[in-house]
Design a protein around this ligand. Structure first.
Ligand code: MN
Length: 735
């Protein structure tokens, strides 16, 4: 560390800045009289010293920016954590102060908020591909665990927009665009009408300077007459309402530049045709008086048909409430009237920020509940909140609890369900990327394929040509897209194997019946396919491979003159080795003779283990089941002899096979120990052991699942166990 930061600690704070801080203190003291403001001063001094060597583009000392951000927050009567975060928000990003130091000095709440704002500042909307505004807004909100982070970020953005003129034009455009597409809509969603309006007008000014200039000029040229007009209306309204004994505060407003611009553009009209260019805002004391006021307005001026809107009965999605109407004066001028209560007014202007006030004022529980409903709706809260007060006091939110947003290395933003894994992501990019996915990097680091994605991660998929998906992946994926793609691949793959097996079965049976497939007439094949409802020969082979039809049956139709369906041997001679060619695939250490990569599995009924005599059986649709020759099911299954297929144990293998033993014993101490010693001698592991006494003789039975290398080892173990004193009987359990 150099010595300059220490020297900076003693750099004097400019008078103007010190004064502005005193104003902040006064503001907060007034707004929140019960809060201890020691931390506020500490934060200000800390931030001043760390930013002291920096200047803004405007030439002001840097601290002026966080100080103004704090003012914007204090104006909304937000709490100390918010305002302090405003003062500290740029320290981590711009001065290298560590988050740990901030936490240690100002506590976990402030630390968490500063961390949140820093993370949001690092998101670069402008570099995301095709600038997906909706997804980016969701990502931003999904990253936030404390709604105060969003409020500080909005205040930060507002001040940056107010001082945007000092930046180079290219940067102005970028920031203005981000503001228009991301931050103004977020402010709208949070009901913060005032900040939203200012953000929109400022963006408009920098994005379309000429249009902005034009509209400004039009507003200015009408300003004097507009204001006179509004003043006259105000007097009329105030008198009418006073007569009716309705308390009211009347404000006049000229529509904002960006709103006028949007309306003119959308409706292709001139500025004088904008019916709500001028508006009166009437703020009264109760809902009842809102409607009474509406009645009086309509008795004074003629309403424009179809322009009456009751947002009190039907609030907007962000819970904006007011009555709107447009009326026409005798001279034919239109203006809008907005009628609302004080409370609705605060909500319209400050939205979510209004909560802090209510929280402090300790209003009744039912009002709190209303606020809760509002907040819940705002953030699309989808889970039950056990205790609304608790929720408000912690201010912890999960704005998009069901979703997670991650970037591709090219900056494209992809939204996935929570719990999604890199495999989901890979399939979201492209099916082929999914199929060939062998690994993933998150933010440059290798992560397991089963890991869950986190908001804002930059994900890179590692692929390998020729890699294929595994059905195990079905347990790892969360999206239906990935699930369907994997399933589809697995099924297609199975089908290819079935075709292969079908052809082999047909060839084998043809040899046995001494007919030559080479002599098969194409028109015969076509006809037989039609008979079986198979569009193509491949479909027929697949059906054979799945065991749907028997090869003999098909052959007798293919060669009606050579084969009769009756008088065939009831049972074939011992099965031939199917075809030639090297057997290579090993599943459970099994090989189907002559067919590469065939679908083989150990039948659950007998669970054959290496070394046992085995036989394969083409099942209906599941490939080849391998049974022990001694399995009682084999006799029953083998009546369709053409489905029988030769299989053998692969020559070498270090696989272990699970096998279950039932050991009937006479109970005695130390018996289990003796049994496990047998296994220790064979270096065999026990997967599970259980004992029960439910047989009629009352002898306990120990059920033990062990993993053995082959049947010889199993035989040795069974024999050794049978020699253990008090062991009555040892059998291998089926299944
Ligand atoms: Mn800032």
């Amino acid at each position: 560390m150099s010595t300059s930061p220490v020297a900076a600690d003693h750099a004097p704070i400019p008078d103007a800045v010190a004064l502005r801080f005193q104003e902040l203190e006064a503001k907060l003291r007034k707004a929140r009289p019960h809060e201890d403001l020691t931390m506020l001063r500490e934060a200000f001094e800390f931030a001043s010293s760390r930013h002291s060597s920096q200047k803004r583009k405007s030439g002001e000392p840097y601290i002026a920016h966080p100080l103004e951000v704090a003012h914007i927050l204090a104006d909304r009567r937000l709490d100390r954590v918010c305002v302090v975060t405003g003062l500290l928000h740029d320290l981590v990003e711009d001065t290298g102060v560590s988050l740990a130091e901030i936490e240690q000095r100002f506590g976990a709440d402030v630390g968490g908020c500063v961390d949140g704002v820093t993370k949001l500042s690092r998101l670069d909307y402008y570099s995301t591909e095709a600038r997906q505004a909706e997804n980016f807004r969701k990502l931003l909100l999904a990253m936030v665990r404390d709604i105060r982070v969003v409020l500080v970020k909005l205040a930060d953005r507002l001040h940056n927009m107010r001082t945007l003129e000092f930046l180079p034009p290219e940067k102005q455009r970028r920031i203005a665009q981000e503001t228009a597409e991301i931050y103004a809509p977020i402010a709208l969603r949070l009901g913060m009408g005032k900040i939203r309006g200012e953000l929109e007008d400022l963006s408009f000014r920098f994005l379309e300077p000429e249009s902005y200039q034009l509209i400004q000029e039009k507003i200015e040229s009408r300003r004097e007459s507009s204001e006179d007009f509004l003043d006259a209306l105000k007097i009329v309204v105030a008198n009418r309402l006073a007569e009716a004994d309705i308390p009211v505060r009347v404000e006049g407003r000229i529509k904002r530049a960006s709103s006028i611009h949007n309306k003119i553009k959308r409706q292709q009209i001139a500025i004088d045709e904008v019916y709500d260019l001028l508006a009166l805002r009437l703020v009264t004391d109760s809902v009842k008086n809102c409607y009474a006021t509406l009645g009086l307005i309509h008795s004074q001026w003629r309403p424009v048909p179809g322009r009456i809107k009751d947002f009190i009965a039907m609030p907007r999605p962000n819970l904006y409430q007011s009555l709107h109407t447009s009326v026409i004066t005798d001279t034919g001028q239109t203006f809008e009237v907005q009628i609302r209560t004080e409370e609705m007014h605060r909500m319209a202007e400050e939205g979510i920020c209004a909560h802090w006030k209510y929280k402090e004022d300790r209003v009744g529980a039912d009002v709190d509940d209303q606020r809760m409903a509002w907040l819940r709706q705002l953030v699309e809260w989808q889970q039950e909140v056990p205790d609304p007060n608790d929720f408000l006091s912690t201010l912890k939110v999960d704005l998009y609890p069901e979703e997670v947003y991650v970037f591709t290395p090219q900056g494209k933003l992809i939204g996935l369900p929570r719990g999604a894994t890199p495999i989901d992501f890979a399939y979201a990019i492209h099916t082929e990327v999914g199929h060939a996915c062998v690994g993933a990097k998150s933010n440059g680091r290798i992560v397991p394929l089963r890991s869950h994605l986190r908001n804002g991660d930059i994900l890179e998929i590692i692929t390998q040509t020729g890699h294929t998906p595994s059905s195990d992946w079905l347990n790892l994926v969360k999206t239906s897209r990935a699930r369907n793609k994997i399933k589809h691949w697995v099924n297609t793959h199975r089908r290819k194997k079935a075709e292969e097996i079908g052809v082999k079965l047909l060839e084998k049976e043809a040899r046995r019946l001494r007919v030559s497939l080479k002599k098969l007439r194409p028109e015969n094949l076509e006809k037989v396919c039609r008979d079986y409802g198979c569009p193509q020969a491949a479909d027929l082979y697949a059906a054979l491979g799945y065991g749907r039809y028997s090869a003999r049956q098909v052959l007798s139709k293919l060669f009606p003159d050579d084969i009769t369906t009756s008088g065939q041997p009831a049972r074939p001679k011992s099965a031939h080795t199917v075809s030639s060619g090297a057997a290579s695939d090993k599943v459970d250490g099994l090989v189907v003779t002559g067919i590469d990569d065939i679908l083989v599995y150990r039948a659950g009924c007998c669970n054959p283990i290496r070394g046992e005599p085995i036989v394969g059986y083409v099942t209906r649709g599941k490939g080849v089941a391998v049974h022990s020759r001694s399995c009682p099911n084999v006799e029953n299954l083998m009546y369709e002899a053409e489905r029988r297929i030769d299989v053998e144990w692969a020559r070498s293998g270090d696989l272990l096979y699970k096998s279950k033993l039932l050991i009937e014993v006479s109970d005695r101490a130390g018996l289990l120990n003796d049994l496990t010693n047998v296994l220790t001698d064979e270096s065999v592991n026990i997967s599970s052991v259980e004992s029960r006494t439910n047989n009629s003789k009352g002898h306990p039975i120990i059920e033990m699942t062990i993993a053995v290398g082959d049947v010889k080892q199993l035989d040795r173990i069974v024999n050794a166990m049978q020699r253990v004193p008090d062991v009555r009987h040892v059998v291998r359990a089926a299944g």
